[in-house]
Design a protein around this ligand. Structure first.
Ligand code: SF4
Length: 119
């Protein structure tokens, strides 16, 4: 007999870290672009952008821009947050700062090792 578990409640993530790693890692693995070409970074960010148009510059150049590179360092806790970065205004980044819960070198290396997906 078939068993359906469509309505089975998903187990809640045990830590907040689990949540932010699955969203913020898009900055490394699949940078999100708005319909008009503006670089957003991740799928949570809908209100601010990195001030660079991917359709005009190309994706590689966009993700090499100073602000984008700086923002990735922010999420690793290597540099202070700056208002120009979309992440600075995000609840998830504020939680990272509050909890001192940034991306670790190991997590970044894991993303970079997946060469087909990362920038
Ligand atoms: S901090 Fe917020 S805006 Fe920045 S990558 Fe994470 S979820 Fe997206």
């Amino acid at each position: 007999m078939l068993k359906f578990n469509w309505f089975k409640k998903r187990e809640k993530p045990k830590t907040w870290t689990y949540e932010h790693h699955n969203v913020c890692k898009e900055l490394w693995s699949k940078p999100q672009v708005n319909w008009d070409g503006m670089l957003l970074g991740c799928c949570v960010n809908a209100n601010k952008n990195f001030g660079i148009n991917v359709f005009e510059t190309g994706l590689e150049r966009a993700v090499s821009s100073d602000l984008y590179v700086y923002t990735k360092k922010m999420l690793q806790g290597k540099v202070p947050g700056i208002e120009a970065s979309p992440c600075f205004h995000c609840y998830l980044y504020q939680q990272m700062v509050k909890n001192n819960d940034y991306f670790t070198e190991e997590e970044i290396q894991e993303l970079l090792d997946n060469k087909n997906k990362c920038f």
